[in-house]
Ligand binder design. Structure first.
Ligand code: GDP
Length: 443
């Protein structure tokens, strides 16, 4: 899911790659891509506009983090903003101080409201909250049967009065039963229509008035995209919602709904439906959803790790050294260890968009190269580490290091010459934030 959005953003990141600063001019392309992607993902236009301007403001004011490329940093900013728009943290279902907790389910027909009612009941049962489900959809007898069947399946009782009774009365008596029999929670399934309709809204409003629910959850089909925004607005204005359940996230959803719902209603998405089965309900986590929408894997973990590991003062010193071509083996070793601290090379590369396509052979090779470099540098004296030229001119030193590290003299020669090439290349590039190591992986 969310493929289109991930591709767009990936394209935007590419434009930023290779640039060493986030600036007003170089993020315009990336912002345009993010904007287009969100619109294509059916996020509400107003939500997109606000989102983009917030991202722009944050990106421009962002401190450049040593050890992190601007495109990665940009991802982090977009991600943080997504998380914020979607509400930061998971908000669990309310539990009333005086049970039963009354939950009113609202939404259009076919969105998965009845299924979500049973899913929620099962979820609560699993955490030892007893449930009574109430069937008020008298317009479709099949809806009542459906809830009764689901109730049997999950061993949760259903209160129903057939299809001749008044929905408001069913809801009232259902809650009364729930209270009398000391259920922890009463979940009221209501009638939906294919479209928003005045009668449906009026009935829902009356039920709400009579049962005074602690939660009014809007069930939103994630596949409805842009429509989700209008739907949320109407329900929120006319009924007032306290939360939402986003269904059918297992399908080919474009994800726009997730963004719009919270922003428009201010009410949190509490759960997501991820399948037809009654077990397929998960708590909604804004951070996970943001990663999923961006399709960026764990690049954020990488940024966070780099933030922790890479001391700014250290980075500046390193940069000065690079510019003066004084970057030596001690510095190099530090960089290697930094890489190691951040996890395996394969692990790190997997976190970087686009790099996850490297074959496991290539990764293995890179990993071996890193170990090999470290072993050889460990066999150098402090003097040799500080002054790589000593090694270039002395075969006997190279032989000694080869012997000490268990490699061949030719390997040491290659390390030294690659290092020198790298050093002059780095000096030319004049960029020291996270020195690449051309040649070092070449074997
Ligand atoms: P209601 O009319 O809103 O009560 O909708 P239903 O609960 O009857 O669900 C409508 C259809 O959507 C049914 O075929 C459900 O199996 C299906 N459905 C509900 N939730 C999900 C979900 O999270 N994922 C998928 N793939 N299908 C779902």
């Amino acid at each position: 899911m969310f493929d289109a959005l991930a591709d767009r953003l990936e394209a935007a990141w590419k434009k930023l790659r290779g640039q060493d600063k986030i600036s007003q001019s170089n993020i315009q392309d990336a912002l345009r891509e993010v904007r287009r992607a969100l619109l294509e993902a059916d996020v509400n236009l107003q939500v997109v506009k606000e989102f983009i301007s917030e991202v722009e403001a944050k990106a421009q004011g962002a401190e450049v983090i040593a050890g992190v490329r601007p495109d990665q940093q940009f991802i982090k900013i977009v991600y943080d903003e997504l998380v914020q728009v979607m509400g930061e943290t998971n908000v669990p279902l309310v539990q009333a101080q005086n049970p039963p907790t009354i939950v009113l389910m609202a939404g259009l027909q076919g969105t998965g409201k009845t299924t979500a009612t049973a899913k929620l009941a099962l979820h609560l049962r699993k955490i030892d909250r007893t449930c009574l489900m109430v069937a008020t959809d008298v317009y479709r007898p099949a809806a009542i049967e459906q809830l009764v069947t689901l109730g049997k399946q999950i061993d949760v009782p259903v209160f129903e009065m057939g299809s001749d009774a008044d929905p408001v009365e069913i809801a009232r008596l259902g809650v009364e039963r729930g209270r009398a029999e000391k259920f922890d929670t009463v979940i009221i399934d209501t009638a939906g229509r294919l479209q928003i309709d005045a009668d449906m809204m009026a009935e829902l409003a009356r039920i709400k008035e009579v049962v005074q629910p602690h939660e009014t959850l809007l069930v939103v089909d994630a596949m409805t995209g842009q429509e989700a925004a209008n739907l949320t607005r109407t329900f929120h204005e006319q009924i007032g919602i306290t939360g939402a359940i986003l269904t059918k996230l297992d399908g080919d959803s474009r994800g726009g709904a997730a963004l719009s719902v919270r922003r428009i209603s201010g009410a949190p998405i509490k759960f997501v439906g991820v399948g037809e089965k009654v077990e397929a309900l998960q708590p909604f986590y804004p951070d996970r959803m943001a990663s999923r929408i961006l399709g960026m894997g764990d690049v954020l973990t990488l940024v966070e790790k780099a933030q922790e590991e890479f001391d700014l003062a250290d980075a500046e010193k390193m940069q000065e050294k690079i510019l003066a071509a004084k970057f030596d083996f001690t510095d190099f070793l530090k960089q290697l260890r930094l890489l190691k601290n951040m996890g395996s090379l394969g692990g790190i590369l997997k976190l970087i968009p686009g790099m996850n396509k490297l074959s496991s052979d290539q990764l293995q090779q890179g990993e071996t190269q890193l170990k090999r470099c470290e072993a050889m540098i460990n066999s150098m004296t402090q003097e040799e580490r500080k002054n790589p030229d000593l090694l270039a001119s002395s075969p006997s030193r190279r032989r000694r290091i080869a012997g000490g590290s268990g490699y061949k003299e030719a390997d040491v020669s290659k390390l030294v010459s690659d290092f020198q090439k790298m050093r002059s290349l780095m000096q030319q590039m004049g960029q020291g934030s996270f020195p690449g190591m051309p040649g070092m992986f070449g074997g």
